[in-house]
Structures are given as C-alpha cells and as structure tokens.
Design a binder for this molecule. Structure first.
Ligand code: SF4
Length: 414
C-alpha cells in the first residue's frame, strides 16, 4: 500500500484529533515575537475552525499518529478499529505548525497521539516535536501537549518545559467505567501522573517567584477531559468527580466531551450519543462552581432523582426553583454571594449592582439595563419599587421563568 501523501496524513490525523474537546488556548503567559522568534500567544488574526458537530478545533489540532497499541472501546483509533492509519514525524509536525502559523491559519499547536511501540517512545516523540518548535524555530506560540500517563514520570515532567498547557485525560467519570471501557488504562496510573504534574507545576511556580531566571513550566497549567454518556455515570457523579479533580490536581479546566458513536463501535457502547445540551449543562455547572461560589453538593442538589441535571433549564435556575425559600433577595442589601444565586444575574451584573447601590437605591428599571431577562429575575428579587407577591409560590413558575421553546440556548447563561 502506498504511503499517504502529506495532505492525506494531515486530513487523517486532524480528523482523528477532533474527538478531544480540550483545545482552549487561555490562561498562559503573554509572549510575542517583537524581540525575535516566531509566534505569539496573544493578538488578532487567528483562525479557528469547527468540526461538523460544532466542537472547536482551533489551533493546529493533530495527532502524531492514530496507530495505537491500546484498545479503548470508545476510541476510533483503538487497535481493533478499522480506520486508515497515518503517522507524522516530529519534524513534520513542527514544520506544519510553522508553515500554518506564518500563514495565520492557527495560533498554536495542540498535539496528542495514539501509543506506538511504547508509552515512553510516544512521549519522547511528542516532546521532540515541541522541542524542535521551541529550540530550533524559536516558536513562542501556544503549545498544548497531551501527556501519556503510562510514560515514565520524568518524561511527562520534561514536556512541561516546552508546553504552555499539559493535559492528561481521565477519560471516564468513574473508575468502574474506565476499567470496563479502557481495559489497558489504570486510574491510579492516570491520577499518579496528574499528581506528578501538579507537583512539578507548583515547584516551578515557587522557583520562579524566587529566581527570575528559573525556567517556565507549563504556565497555562494542566487540564483534563471526561467523556460524557459512554458509561452510566450521572451528572451528579460527574460534578463530584470534576470537583475532586480540581481540588486534588489544581486543574485549570475539566473539559467534557459528549460521547459520539464511532464507526464499527464496540458492542459495550451505547448506540446513541447523549444530547449535546447535556455537555453544555455540565459546563454551566462547572462555571457555577468556579465563578459563582456553588459547592459541588449544591450543584448536585439541582439534579433530579436519577442524578441528572435538567436539560430544559440551566442548573442555576434549577437550584433556585428547588430552594425558593432563599428568595426573594433584596438587591439593595443582599451580599454578593447571594446575588450571584439570582437566576439571570451574572458576575458582571452583580458587580455593577454593588457599585451602583453605593450611590442610590436600585429600581427595577436599573436591572433591566443589566440583566439578560427581567422576566427571569423578577420572582427572585426585591428592588426599591418591586416586590413579588405570590410569584414564588406558583406551581407554573418553572414555565414562567424558563426559556421559551423558540429561544436560543445561551452559552454560559448566568
Ligand atoms: S490510548 Fe488513546 S488513542 Fe489509544 S485507544 Fe486509548 S484513547 Fe485511543
């Protein structure tokens, strides 16, 4: 069989990488090429592309190879999968990155790989790609490297000297799910590697706070990804797991990837993908914990008897409907912490309210300028000229404050 051309390999390996959701380039240090070198982690003119299912695949998001010696059931690249295989060398990926960067197609590189020969060999190839970019091309753009948790800990740690962000996928929300669907992987090994990265990141942050010459080490931190809907884990399970991962490993982000049925799927997988809105609700719950002060237990209180978040309303509204006794809140007196609980008020709106009420009493018309939907917040607040009477007691409150069927779902509705 003839070796695929460069363009064919690019097509195969970029397509194979689209299942990884963790591609945001936020949170790293600012660098640019004004003082020499190539690339920037900031600035305009950056191209993004999207997979047909709407997932962001910005950056040059690619696998070094889709050959793999593992057989994870949910993965299109597993060794028993009947897909076209391809492989790049580290030099080829580095050259592609530089070429695309100079054409302003991309802002950086997201590099992952199937496991070829061994975990150590694969990890070495990933690191070598980043080394060529940084040391031979003086590339200062964003690099996100996917770690192979089965590789030697020293290799995993070495990657942090070249990458802005490093990530290790926990893959499934539960250990039982991992054992069943990824029989070659081990939860303790994955978590051990994440713990090693956390220690290395903290050590280097400490060194840099004391010595300006200390090298940077994964300045954008580490992240992980969970597949949603491939096993029986409920949203409450997933929220609990994500919260534990943030606490234990100091993660910047937990990404969710709704399981997509793959060609020639294993019989142990569900036939249908979960609704994409489920992934969205989990991201909203993640925001509630990271920016709105909700504890994992409180987010879990917004789930139903099966531990699932409602799909028709956001988790913040679901929580408020379940705990109506906490409302209405007087926007002229309530604490920031409590105002953040009002459905329809986001962080920016709450901060604007706090700034404004130092000078005058807030009226309903003032909120109309700040809130996404006055109809949504009215039952939950008191202003200088408004107090809900029986709204909170109504059986149909959910219908009154929920989105109308025709309304677009807002990403990160407060
Ligand atoms: S190790 Fe990674 S690439 Fe290989 S089968 Fe598992 S998920 Fe797929």
């Amino acid at each position: 069989m003839t070796k695929p051309s460069m363009a064919e390999r690019l097509e195969i390996l970029a397509d194979a990488a689209k299942y990884d959701a963790s591609c945001a380039s936020s949170g790293t240090t600012k660098r640019n090429a004004r003082a020499g070198g190539v690339g920037s982690t900031e600035g305009m003119g950056i191209c993004h592309s999207y997979a047909p299912d709407g997932r962001c695949i910005s950056l040059l998001k690619i696998l070094l190879t889709n050959h793999c010696v593992f057989d994870c059931h949910y993965c299109i690249n597993r060794k028993s999968s009947n897909v076209r295989r391809a492989r790049f060398t580290p030099q080829e990926v580095a050259d592609l990155t530089i070429t695309f960067y100079r054409r302003n197609y991309i802002e950086g590189l997201f590099l992952s790989s199937g496991i070829v020969k061994s975990a150590d060999h694969t990890m070495e190839q990933i690191i070598e790609t980043a080394r060529i970019l940084r040391e031979e091309h003086d590339f200062r753009g964003y690099i996100h490297l996917k770690m192979i948790p089965e590789a030697d800990a020293e290799l995993v740690a070495r990657a942090g000297f070249f990458a802005d962000r490093v990530s290790i996928n926990v893959e499934l929300p539960t250990r039982a799910g991992l054992t069943r669907l990824a029989p070659d992987k081990s939860a303790p090994q994955i978590e051990g590697a994440m713990g090693g990265l956390r220690t290395a990141i903290l050590d280097h942050q400490d060194a840099r706070s004391r010595y300006r010459s200390a090298p940077e080490f994964a300045p954008a931190g580490q992240s992980t990804q969970m597949i949603v809907g491939a096993d029986g884990a409920s949203d409450a399970d997933i929220v609990g797991r994500a919260s534990g991962l943030y606490d234990r490993f100091g993660l910047r982000r937990v990404y969710y990837s709704a399981f997509s049925p793959i060609p020639d799927a294993s019989a142990v997988l569900p036939l249908k993908r979960p609704p994409l809105i489920r992934e969205h609700r989990l991201y909203q719950s993640d925001w509630l914990m990271r920016f709105y002060g909700y504890t994992p237990a409180e987010v879990q209180q917004a789930t139903d008897a099966q531990g699932m978040l409602p799909l028709d309303i956001d988790p913040k509204l679901a929580w408020a409907l379940a705990f109506r006794d906490k409302f209405p809140l007087d926007v002229n007196r309530a604490s920031r912490e409590m105002l953040l609980r009002v459905p329809g008020l986001g962080v920016r709106s709450v901060d604007a309210i706090l700034a404004s009420r130092r000078h005058r009493r807030i009226r309903l018309a003032d909120l109309a300028k700040l809130a996404v939907s006055l109809a949504k917040i009215r039952p939950f607040i008191v202003t200088a000229d408004w107090r809900p009477t029986s709204l909170l007691d109504r059986d149909d409150l959910r219908r009154i404050v929920g989105p109308r069927p025709s309304e677009q779902l807002e990403l990160f509705a407060p």
